[in-house]
Ligand binder design. Structure first.
Ligand code: 4AD
Length: 429
């Protein structure tokens, strides 16, 4: 049985077998130093000509980077070795020789790497980012589990739009149109009436014709929805969630952040309490900073960066003009032309990572908004039902997992925060 590299320290001075891929090799006439990667870590193996069979020595010599290999030998503690252990080989075998592996140590362009995403995943930075993503997803589940939320898996095939009809991917559902889900929110709201505190986490789809480093066509979103939670409570929940996730990444992903050369100082500053400005104040700040923007305009990426740069931690922007936002947002009681919606902007130019709101719970107001947005009332009847039978104030938010991971890892583009990105006109591999 093979021992995972990650567990080698527990097997000091024992004979172990490691299976994996050759990451690097240096050899002379008598000795070879091999870095072997098995997914759990990388270990250095020393193959001495005098210690192994002729066949094993020949295999060591012909082994190329990314060949699948197997090494057997004694695990010896060595402070200089990464992971603190080195294997002194007694046997070595090439299981499959990698010939002309396309990704080499020289610089490759992004287009080439994206074409080879299935292989690019093997490189150290990509592995580190994917491990951080995995930790973030686990931390999300733990956060909601510990806070007594129930997981509600929302459907991917849906009959209606959630976030606007312009970004729907349409498909055929036995002769009727169906759409890939833009958000699980509409399905969470009824579930909140059943289970109180609920969340979903899964892929969401936006046919955004925008080619930016912050937009994917398919991204993962986590969305909580809480019965009887009003706007101020939503702000607190969002902040508590983000502080908890950042803390978890700092706690458990140090090694990966080092591989990614992430300066962690800005992440260490992510503590309560986050600054909070209104949309109106945001517009004033932007105008002061010389931006040509007027009340009612949406923020572009540059605007979000300017706003975030005013603060040393994530900043809430809230109370947007109703016309700018989705149909379901509760009006601000102090100014009904504004919606009780919030965006959370991450520092360092990572932009909006969370969007959320208090939802309209009045039946007639919601019905009117559905009509105003030109949405088909019949398709939303079930959603209106929630306001018909024991309606209740409620709120929730959505966080894009790739945006959060990109921020944690210091990635300049979302494409490296998801294993197989789906981008404008690009669906390979
Ligand atoms: O602000 P959005 O559109 O909100 C909703 O979908 C709500 N229904 C969520 C809710 O209240 N339950 O999207 C939420 C988040 C954004 O803040 C962003 O992090 C991410 O989803 N997001 C994207 N991430 C990658 N690519 C895209 N095209 C994204 N669009 C939104």
């Amino acid at each position: 049985m093979a021992t995972p590299v990650r567990h080698l320290l527990d097997h000091q001075d024992e004979t172990v077998t490691v299976r994996g891929w050759l990451a690097n090799k240096r050899s002379s006439g008598k000795i070879g130093f091999l870095q072997i990667r098995d997914g759990s870590g990388v270990v250095q193996c020393v193959v001495s000509r005098s210690e192994v069979s002729e066949e094993a020595w020949d295999d060591m010599k012909r082994a190329t980077n990314e060949s699948a290999v197997r090494v057997t030998g004694v695990a010896r503690a060595d402070e200089r070795a990464p992971g603190g252990v080195e294997i002194h080989a007694t046997d070595f075998k090439v299981r499959d020789l990698a010939v002309d592996y396309p990704i080499t140590n020289k610089e490759h362009g992004t287009a080439f790497l994206m074409e080879n995403r299935h292989l690019w995943l093997r490189s150290s930075r990509q592995r580190a980012a994917l491990r951080v993503r995995s930790e973030v997803c686990q931390a999300i589940r733990d956060f909601f589990y510990e806070n007594e939320f129930t997981l509600i898996d929302s459907p991917i095939l849906t009959p209606t739009a959630c976030e606007g009809t312009s970004t729907l991917f349409q498909t055929d559902y036995f002769g009727d149109p169906a759409f890939l889900s833009q958000s699980g929110q509409l399905y969470l709201e009824p579930a909140a009436a059943a289970l109180g505190k609920v969340y979903c986490m899964g892929p969401t789809f936006r046919a955004e014709k925008s080619k930016t480093r912050r937009h994917l066509m398919e991204f993962w979103m986590v969305e909580p929805e809480v019965a009887f939670l009003e706007f101020d409570g939503l702000v607190r929940l969002t902040e508590q969630f983000i502080v908890s996730l950042v803390g978890r990444v700092l706690d458990r992903c140090r090694g990966d952040l080092e591989v990614l050369e992430r300066d962690t100082a800005p992440l260490e500053r992510v503590e309560s309490k986050f600054p909070h400005i209104s949309y109106r104040e945001a517009i004033e700040i932007l105008q002061r900073e010389g931006q040509e923007i007027t009340f009612g305009d949406d923020f572009g990426a540059e605007h979000e960066t300017i706003l975030a740069d005013q603060f040393d931690r994530p900043v809430f922007v809230s109370r947007f003009p109703t016309a700018m936002k989705a149909f379901y947002m509760e009006p601000d009681p102090e100014d009904p032309d504004l919606a009780l919606g919030l965006d959370l902007l991450a520092p360092e130019g990572y932009g909006e990572i969370v969007g959320g709101s208090q939802r309209i719970h009045d039946h007639d107001l919601l019905a009117a908004r559905i009509d105003e947005h030109g949405l088909p009332r019949e398709a939303f009847q079930w959603y209106l039902d929630i306001r018909k039978y024991g309606t209740f104030p409620h709120s929730g938010f959505g966080m894009g997992i790739e945006r959060f991971v990109a921020w944690m890892c210091g990635l300049s583009h979302l494409r490296e925060a998801i294993p197989y990105p789906r981008m404008l006109y690009k669906i390979y591999p």
